[in-house]
Design a protein around this ligand. Structure first.
Ligand code: WTA
Length: 637
């Protein structure tokens, strides 16, 4: 497969960009021609931001798995689609060619069908990073069921909330997952999530760790047994369900500034075109190369750049079960050497954590296969950028700093490897089809370069979210009402003299902890569930490795045993309600929070104190009791 729409030089980028703005419909129709459709579209784009409704390729029919699998079989059926590296380096790696993956996806689609799954049903997937996670996800797409993958670090309560919100009836999970030295009891967590649940009809359990499990009659079945049943049927074929362009492909939950995570909805055709286009262009993928995206499929990065982007491009995608520091801090480099990885796409937090181990883990590792490096998930600090450039890329591989979000489906702002120049800590230029702008507090667009404001997008691109599941109004309110006629990203941003964009971080109450999005309100709700907590306020503070750490101010009714013990109790409560990723790094017990006369917490002050920057607290005269501030500063951790 070659990619006629791959941008090969700077001039071609400018030309593509201009066309995408001047004639977006013709531009995207030309690109969409390169995909497999059961029926072509009647119209390329219908849209309005107010009220919010976007439709790409309306009237078209397709199945994304025909684009990710079937269409590669004839010429590239024996090319590796997925190369899987296990958590333990002792376990042999596994390769699934396009033909094998196609077979397994159809086989599992048959399992789903036998278990009563129909087009449009919601299926929750809660698995470790095993190849079967990819198979299960693609099988849902094959049968037309809506997948909702939940990251393996979320707690039973978080899963239960998501199951209810998605009205899911099926779950696919594993007995357990290996992550570094840990074994995570996934099925146990699912069992807890299902206490009192009567809507889940079936739980399909894949065996990975052989942990002893409770298996409930009539509800729980083993993956392996179900496969045997379809094998004995003797017909592995499973025709790809016909999907409309705007049929939902998946729901993925993400945090916002309210306490309840939202189910971001992506549909079929636009998402496919967008992930493919951005994959092929940003990384300048060439057929035969090995692409290693280190994200988990439980996050959008894994959806778009382990599965749908690479597979729709006939690429080889490396999937890694473990973590960068197990069995030691040279694991990524061992994998690069062993599999001759060409593209490495990871997160700044992983780079910073590996920097902490010095250069020793890199010594004698052959990294010369690397052609392109990428980062995603949070702003990359210059120090980490240079370390990555010098020690991993040997100053020979461009680093693409890709800015995007769960809601955007794929990369919106990034340099293009070897085509547009990279600038340390800048995402740089928009992809064709993306029209960014900066607005001030009042929503007025700030024109010209050297500007600083809130990042909005003016025009829909094919991968934009279509809704938030079950609550379209929430989608409209969150993204399209704050600044009229713009999609609001929630990020602050500056544009330099050359028009390059630099994302400075969230401007709403969302934290970015190790590249994971966590809402402060969500953490507060969880802390407030602890019996002794009267009130809490959560803010972010700069953290050397995680990017941001979680700082909680807690008003407590009576310390139990001692402060340290109570802190642990509170952390455990947060782990139970959300998951360990949301545990506060610091908990300061306070007697009062800084509130205005109308009762609003002044987070600005709390943020400054947590950051240790108390010289510029700003105006505190509107506080009900300004003396509170002094006490908070004294008690700072
Ligand atoms: C942040 C992850 C700076 C940003 C794909 C965004 C970034 C949030 C970058 C989305 C980047 C992501 N530079 N910040 N290259 N990439 N972000 O939904 O704040 O998990 O709004 O999607 O991560 O996180 P999400």
């Amino acid at each position: 497969m070659n990619y006629p729409y791959q941008i090969k030089n700077l001039e071609a980028y400018h030309k593509a960009y201009q066309e995408s703005v001047e004639q977006p419909e013709a531009f995207w129709a030309n690109i969409a021609e390169h995909f497999t459709w059961k029926k072509k579209w009647d119209s390329v784009l219908n849209w309005s931001f107010s009220p919010y409704k976007v439709e790409w390729f309306k009237g078209a029919q397709l199945n994304i798995t025909e684009n990710c699998l079937d269409r590669h079989l004839e010429k590239n059926g024996d090319r590796p689609a997925i190369v899987w590296e296990a958590n333990s380096p002792e376990q042999a790696a596994l390769t699934l060619t396009y033909r094998q993956l196609h077979f397994k996806v159809m086989q599992f689609a048959n399992v789903l069908k036998n278990n009563g799954v129909k087009k449009g049903d919601r299926i929750c997937i809660y698995m470790g990073m095993v190849p079967e996670l990819s198979i299960a996800t693609l099988a849902c797409a094959r049968i037309g069921a809506i997948h909702s993958v939940i990251f393996g670090g979320f707690s039973a309560q978080a899963i239960a909330d998501r199951l209810e919100d998605a009205k899911a009836e099926f779950i696919i999970t594993c007995d357990g997952a290996y992550r570094g030295a840990k074994e995570i009891p996934l099925k146990d967590v699912i069992d807890d999530a299902l206490i009192g649940n009567h809507s889940i009809k079936r739980v399909i359990v894949y065996t990975r760790t052989h942990a002893p499990l409770s298996m409930i009659k009539g509800r729980d079945v083993w993956w392996e047994d179900e496969i045997k049943k379809v094998e004995s049927d003797g017909n592995p074929y499973f025709p790809a369900e016909t999907m409309d362009a705007e049929d939902i492909l998946f729901i993925l939950y993400t945090s916002g500034s309210t306490g309840k995570p939202k189910g971001v909805v992506h549909t079929t055709a636009g998402y496919m075109v967008w992930t493919n286009y951005t994959f092929v262009n940003v990384f300048q993928y060439e057929p035969g190369q090995i692409h290693f995206c280190t994200a988990d499929i439980g996050w959008i990065t894994g959806h778009s750049y382990i599965l749908y982007g690479p597979l729709s491009a006939g690429a080889t995608s490396l999937m890694f079960e473990g973590i960068p520091t197990y069995p030691d801090a040279s694991r990524f480099w061992d994998i690069v050497e062993k599999h001759k990885v060409n593209i490495l796409y990871t997160a700044p937090t992983a780079i910073r954590s590996l920097m902490g181990f010095g250069l020793e883990p890199l010594q004698n590792k052959n990294l010369c296969s690397l052609k392109v490096l990428g980062t995603v998930g949070e702003p990359i600090n210059e120090e980490a950028w240079h370390w990555y450039d010098e020690n991993v890329g040997k100053k020979n591989s461009p680093i693409v700093d890709t800015w995007w979000q769960t809601e955007t489906g794929g990369i919106l702002i990034s340099n293009i490897a070897n085509v547009t120049p990279g600038v340390p800590s800048f995402a740089t230029l928009p992809m064709p089809g993306v029209q960014p702008c900066l607005v001030d507090e009042k929503g007025i667009e700030i024109e010209g370069n050297n500007a600083n404001g809130n990042l909005c997008i003016k025009f829909p691109w094919p991968g934009i979210l279509r809704s938030t599941y079950g609550d379209h109004e929430r989608c409209e309110k969150t993204y399209f009402s704050i600044y009229k006629n713009y999609y609001f990203t929630g990020d602050g941003c500056l544009r330099d003299a050359k028009g390059n964009y630099r994302i400075t971080g969230r401007v709403d109450d969302v934290l970015n902890v190790s590249g994971h999005r966590i809402g402060t309100a969500e953490v507060e709700n969880a802390i407030n569930c602890h019996t002794g907590v009267i009130e809490s306020a959560v803010v972010g503070y700069p953290h050397d490795i995680k990017g941001q750490g979680i700082y909680a101010y807690v008003i407590f009714s009576g310390i139990h045993e001692n402060e340290e013990h109570t802190r642990k109790d509170i952390s455990l409560t947060v782990s139970k309600i959300i998951g360990a990723i949301a545990k506060p790094d610091k908990i300061q017990f306070v007697s009062a929070l800084p509130k205005t006369r109308s009762g609003k917490i002044m987070r600005r002050i709390l943020r400054k104190i947590a950051e240790g920057d108390t010289s510029t607290l700003g105006d505190t005269t509107t506080l009900l009791d300004p003396t509170v501030v002094e006490i908070l500063i004294e008690g700072r951790l």
